[in-house]
Design a protein. Structure first.
Length: 318
């Protein structure tokens, strides 16, 4: 529906008439130019016919168009606002040295674990419109790659740019979980979640992962864990390396009220992110918001054309 941003400007419409009625006429001083009668009649028009229209019509159009432009004509454009779930999610992704192991598959080719995680995790993040997200990357140390934000594209971009070794090559699971919990404890979100992905064994930091999980439970934070890699720590052969501590990750999820997932292939990883989408569903429709499309430029253009018309008319009378 059309409307005006500042309709009070319409009070200016009678201003020219008030000026004509209240201000005294300007008296010529000194020498005056005598205009021949034919030209004077053409200019003044004696209030009749087409010449009167030129004298009063274009200035009136100019003033009216200017006032309408100042009033700010606009139309309402309804739109669906982005949904807001009231949920905060911190992704904690392992960037330890073992993530360079080539035992996953992308596009039919063998790929490093980190490359598979980047692709699937970034796609998962882009689906989380309405959630407030943050990204923790960890190895020997943990750090926030992005703060809490509704900008899912920024978080997805940070995942895609993550580099192995930037935070050390050990695996500090408890440090990453503790850092995420420290930030979430200050949040007033109705639902607080950590998604912890690791392909190794906690071998950095003084805090035990189970103790961190107990702290998560006490602060109302659910931790979903993803154990990544084809080998488990408990059943790997002595010659094998890179086994994931599924027992510890399962215990973290159980203690905190989350869900533990086991991932051995890229397809498993994609199924897990779909399952987490189901666990942490999003309200897909947000409230209707109103946006305005400004139309002031059209009366402003009309005022400009009227000004050109007045200028050309004056030149033709000269």
């Amino acid at each position: 529906m059309p409307g005006f941003a500042t309709p009070l400007f319409f009070l200016l419409l009678p201003l020219p008439l008030l000026a004509m009625g209240l201000l005294p006429p300007v008296r010529a001083q000194g020498a005056a130019l005598v205009v021949p009668g034919s030209i004077l009649a053409r200019f003044a028009g004696e209030g009749r016919g087409p010449s009167a229209l030129r004298r009063w019509g274009l200035p009136a159009m100019l003033w009216l168009a200017l006032v309408v432009a100042l009033a700010g004509p606009r139309v309402v454009v309804p739109a669906i606002a982005a949904p807001v779930s009231g949920r905060e999610i911190v992704l904690a992704l392992d960037l330890s040295g073992s993530m360079i192991t080539k035992d996953f598959e992308l596009d039919g080719k063998t790929a490093q674990r980190v490359d598979a995680v980047k692709r699937v995790a970034s796609a998962f993040v882009r689906r989380r419109q309405g959630d407030r997200l943050a990204l923790v990357l960890f190895g020997s140390e943990a750090y926030f790659a992005t703060p809490q934000t509704y900008d899912v594209e920024a978080v997805a971009g940070a995942i895609e740019e993550a580099t192995i070794g930037i935070s050390g090559r050990a695996t500090g699971i408890s440090g990453a979980l503790g850092l995420a919990l420290k930030r979430l404890r200050q949040s007033e979100a109705t639902s607080k979640v950590v998604i912890l992905l690791s392909d190794g064994v906690n071998n950095a930091g003084a805090v035990k992962p189970r103790d961190a999980a107990q702290l998560a439970a006490e602060t109302g934070v659910r931790v979903h864990t993803i154990a990544l890699g084809p080998n488990d720590l408990i059943d790997r052969k002595s010659a094998q390396r890179g086994g994931v501590d599924t027992d510890t990750l399962t215990a973290i999820a159980r203690i905190s009220g989350g869900t533990a997932f086991r991932v051995k292939t890229t397809a498993d990883l994609e199924r897990v992110t779909a399952a987490i989408d189901d666990l942490e569903s999003i309200e897909r429709e947000g409230p209707t918001a109103e946006f305005y499309r400004d139309l002031w430029m059209w009366p402003a253009m009309l005022a400009l054309l009227a000004a050109f018309g007045i200028m050309l008319d004056r030149r033709s009378l000269a």
